[in-house]
Design a protein. Structure first.
Length: 460
């Protein structure tokens, strides 16, 4: 299935509306199931029922193998439940039973989209025959599951899958992915619940296993996880080795990121973070505390008031430790002429924003530090327009008001995004040029829109 189309919100709404029209989930309907269902044997003979036919998995599998599925017929798999081997163990975990509603696409196959009577808000991708080497998946497998109300999705049945996490002998917390010798717990991926109450907008991309404590992605050194987006206000996040493109929101805690991981963004006010060896392109927001970044790290940026912080395992210098093999970029404030690097520009430019609510930067493709001036003492900016050059990496932009100017960055909430150029900041951000305030924004694609999200802010 095309991943992009599959995640399109309009497609989800259309699929759900059609499903509800064809298959209403009402108590009256459920009480009348027995009367309305056709006999499965009659269906196999070519009769298509108006209503979903209740059957067990084994019967449905037999019909598919023998090529007797009537095209367009809906089936209720009444005995479905996810059953799997807990990664890195030989033990079996069995989830709660739920009724899946599926549709025959051909005499031998089902449509990939399925729905759950237990969670009618979910969009599910289901395969009748498990294609993983784990034989515990004995009644097919859910390949992808999205809660359209809470905007939670992952390429697994995260309502049933469990992962084992070992106790860390130093901290006593269950953050160890593969060492269970000091004790362990088996937990669901998101907040240890099949229906997490306080988790929203958690997106876990394709991976060789997506595991958890509150959130765990990846199963250790064999995992390769890409495009991980985790929202704000989460706790106990463990991401395995060899992960790429990790975006963790603000006010998170107890974050562990494995070795050889790259393009990591951790939002402001995130505490107790450990980043593994040989990681690169790390950005940690300001006002965070107790940060440990291990050896051979490069191309990294850490916001103000982050302490205590350890870089590598070297000799302490105040509250900052710099060990062998550490390469630290120059400070973010560099005077002209500056430099243009692959993931960053320190070239500066001056823009007069008098009377302008929108900031147009197409003529300043390579400037990374924008000094704002105005003939007024106060100005507001709600959108930025900057078309990236084909030969340039889309680096962050720092906005700095000049002395005597107060600039309000008008924020847009995630839910209110409606067009290109909008600035994703909760509430409004006031920058006082006399105090040296600034904010760093980065372009990001959200749905069909190119918006600018906050990386870090410097308010004095």
């Amino acid at each position: 299935m095309d991943d992009v189309n599959f995640r399109n919100p309009l497609a989800y709404v259309t699929i759900l509306m059609v499903s509800f029209l064809l298959y209403p989930f009402s108590c009256g309907y459920c009480s009348d199931i027995a009367r309305r269902d056709s006999d499965v044997a009659a269906i196999a003979g070519g009769k298509i029922s108006t209503y979903p036919a209740s059957t067990v998995y084994a019967t449905l599998r037999s019909l598919a193998v023998s090529g007797q599925l009537p095209v367009g017929q809906k089936f209720r798999i009444t005995d479905f439940r996810t059953r799997h081997t807990i990664p890195l163990t030989s033990e079996i975990n069995t989830g709660m039973q739920e009724v899946l509603v599926v549709t025959a696409m051909s005499p031998h196959a089902l449509e990939p989209i399925a729905f759950s009577e237990s969670y009618p808000q979910d969009v599910i991708e289901y395969e009748l025959v498990n294609t993983l080497p784990d034989p515990a998946f004995d009644k097919g497998r859910i390949l992808y599951r999205r809660d359209t109300r809470k905007d939670i999705w992952s390429f697994e049945d995260w309502r049933a899958i469990k992962y084992r996490r070992g106790r860390n002998s130093t901290t006593g917390k269950f953050t160890e992915i593969s060492d269970f010798s000091k004790g362990y717990v088996d937990l669901y991926p998101f907040n240890n619940s099949p229906d997490p109450s306080f988790t929203n907008r958690v997106h876990v991309g394709r991976a060789n296993g997506s595991q958890l404590s509150n959130i765990v992605v990846g199963t250790g050194k064999s995992a390769v996880s890409d495009d991980i987006s985790i929202g704000s206000g989460c706790n106990s996040i463990t991401i395995g080795d060899n992960s790429d493109i990790i975006d963790i929101g603000n006010v998170n805690g107890n974050i562990t990121i494995g070795d050889n991981s790259h393009h990591i963004r951790i939002g402001v006010c995130s505490d107790y973070t450990v980043v593994g060896d040989r990681c690169s392109y790390i950005n940690i927001g300001m006002q965070s505390c107790s940060i440990v970044v291990k050896n051979e790290v490069f191309n990294s940026s850490v916001g103000d008031n982050v302490r205590p912080m350890v870089l590598g395992n070297g000799v302490p210098v105040g509250e900052i430790y710099v060990g062998n093999g550490i390469y630290i970029d120059p400070p973010p404030v560099i005077t002209a002429p500056g430099s243009l690097e692959k993931y960053r520009s320190t070239l500066s430019a001056v823009v007069d924003v008098t009377g302008q609510e929108h900031l147009f930067l197409d003529s300043l493709k390579h400037a990374g530090i924008i000094r704002l001036t105005s003939k007024k003492g106060a100005q507001s900016i709600s959108r930025i327009f900057k078309t990236p050059d084909p030969n340039e990496t889309d680096f962050p932009i720092e906005l700095r008001p000049s002395p005597g100017l107060v600039v309000t960055v008008v924020g847009t909430s995630f839910e209110a995004l409606s067009g290109d150029g909008q600035i994703l900041v909760q509430g409004n951000l006031v920058l006082d040029g006399d105090k040296g305030d600034s904010v760093i924004l980065k372009r990001k694609s959200v749905g069909q829109h190119a918006i600018f999200t906050e990386i870090s802010r410097f308010i004095y």
